[in-house]
Design a protein around this ligand. Structure first.
Ligand SMILES: [Zn+2]
Length: 78
């Protein structure tokens, strides 16, 4: 029902244990102190300092997504 996959650009990070993709968002990382891998069940505790790089990468993806949304909204050419 809530199936809104857009352009295969899901923000997230690879699991350090099983290597599968864990979908997450910057907001989620910021508000929660741990992350659970849906594939192997590994529980990752989020170290703010260590995950800084991952968060920056995620922030870029999210910013890009927002830009895509904006672009599709203002679909006119100049
Ligand atoms: Zn995993």
């Amino acid at each position: 029902m809530g199936n809104n996959q857009r352009q295969g650009q899901t923000p997230g990070m690879p699991c350090p244990q099983c290597g599968q993709f864990i979908p997450t968002t910057v907001t989620e990382l910021l508000v929660s102190s741990s992350l659970c891998c849906p594939h192997c069940g590994l529980r990752l505790s989020i170290d703010r300092a260590k995950s800084m790089k991952a968060m920056q990468a995620l922030a870029k993806v999210e910013a890009a997504q927002r830009r895509v949304e904006k672009t599709s909204k203002f679909n006119g050419r100049y």
